[in-house]
Design a protein around this ligand. Structure first.
Ligand code: PMP
Length: 383
């Protein structure tokens, strides 16, 4: 078990013991320069185990390959061009995205995965002494960026069914961010409620993280016309099956996009490398393939809901490419370990509202069948 993953298993008490041990060690060896090190508790990404026979349902990757045109675009790329810096504006990709979504290029920002885009949005827009607001159960990178950039923040509790209550965001704040569908719950907020939050927060930037929107959600895209303070962040990692390429993007009013570009160019101008610009552009050209693969994932997800409910799991009604599962009788950490021992990887998060759940990515039907088979055997449920 890797050190990282081991950390996911520690209880709060154990965590404190570990931290205390590390501090004691550090005191013994501390040099003056160490006091100037910026200390952060990093985001812990899901592990990337290696092997042919494992079933990887832990990081919400797409189980299908990217569109065939991506391979062709990379094969056609002249490697001699890697000699040069890439286009800092990534204009081919920006124009392709603008064309695809019916926007102007001035409304589009691109970055190295949506993590990069989100980090830039945090740096650019959340610069107030008032707290940034986001749900208590959400993408666990948000508090990490807030801590890193010294942004004050407060979390708003989801209700017991993991729904966001827009009324929690009706107070003085320095910005708002939430994913829709939310992660790791998969719950979708209806567009009227997204607009409700925007309507009550017109003095701050509201970021809607739509990493999973293509799997059945209604996008906030039409609201861009009415709200200049709306930023929508998206990714090629999930619905376009290109997590390894690292492409993220954002849509917003030109004023917002220009502000993000100023921050980006003050940090690293050449974030988008040539292969990702070309591959991203190519992926957008194959609408039939996109619809087909997303459709397959949605169909598998809906079948999974029925099978898993039959096996004694409860879960919010996910509109993403993952399910957030709780078993009626078996503990999530126990199940996580048992699955792992069978080379079936899912994600387990500690934390008071998360520890009873497993987040399971929707894989291919064959992968899901292996999961159900194991669960039927382990839980002793009828086939
Ligand atoms: N937002 C949410 C809600 C996510 O779950 C993820 C995936 N970890 C991301 C953003 C980042 O994805 P990427 O950087 O691969 O675009």
């Amino acid at each position: 078990m890797s050190g990282r993953d081991d950390a996911a298993f520690r209880t709060k008490g154990e965590e404190q013991t570990v931290k205390a041990g590390v501090c004691a060690q550090e005191k013994e060896t501390a040099h003056a320069w160490e006091r100037n090190i910026r200390r952060v508790t990093p985001y812990v990404p899901g592990e990337q185990p290696v092997g042919d026979r494992l079933v990887k349902l832990n990081t919400n990757e797409n189980p299908y390959p990217p569109a065939p045109g991506v391979r062709a675009a990379l094969a056609a790329m002249d490697t001699a061009d890697l000699r040069k810096y890439p286009d800092p504006t990534a204009s081919r990709l920006v124009n392709a995205l603008a064309g695809y979504y019916g926007l102007s290029p001035e409304q589009v920002f691109v970055g190295v995965g949506s993590d990069d885009v989100l980090a830039m949005a945090f740096l650019t827009f959340f610069n107030s002494e008032k707290p940034l607001l986001f749900p208590d159960v959400t993408y666990s990178f948000y508090p990490v960026w807030a801590e890193l950039f010294g942004i004050p923040y407060e979390t708003c509790p989801l209700d017991e069914d993991f729904a966001i209550d827009p009324r929690n965001y009706d107070r003085s704040n320095g910005g708002v961010i939430f994913p829709n569908p939310n992660a790791p719950t998969g719950r979708l907020m209806p567009l009227v409620q997204v607009e409700d939050i925007l309507r009550h927060n017109q003095d701050v930037v509201v970021v809607v993280d739509e990493a999973y929107i293509d799997f059945g959600g209604e996008s906030a895209l039409p609201l861009l016309k009415r709200y200049e303070n709306l930023l929508i962040v998206r990714t090629f990692s999930k619905s376009r099956a290109m997590a390894g390429m690292r492409i993220g993007y954002a849509f917003g009013a030109p004023k917002l996009i220009r502000a993000m570009q100023d921050i980006k160019y003050s940090y690293n101008s050449y974030t988008m490398n040539l292969p990702s610009i070309l591959a991203g552009e190519a992926a957008l050209k194959d609408e039939a393939y996109f619809k087909e693969t997303v459709g397959k994932i949605v169909a598998t997800r809906e079948r999974a809901k029925k099978r898993l409910a039959g096996l004694g799991f409860t879960f919010p009604d996910s509109m993403a490419n993952f399910l957030f599962l709780r078993h009626k009788t078996v503990r999530a950490d126990e199940l996580y370990k048992a699955l792992r021992a069978r080379q079936i990887y899912v994600r387990y998060f500690t934390g008071p509202r998360l520890k009873d759940y497993l987040r399971v990515t929707v894989g291919t039907d064959e992968e899901m069948e292996l999961l159900y088979c194991f669960l039927e055997e382990y839980l002793g449920a009828p086939v």
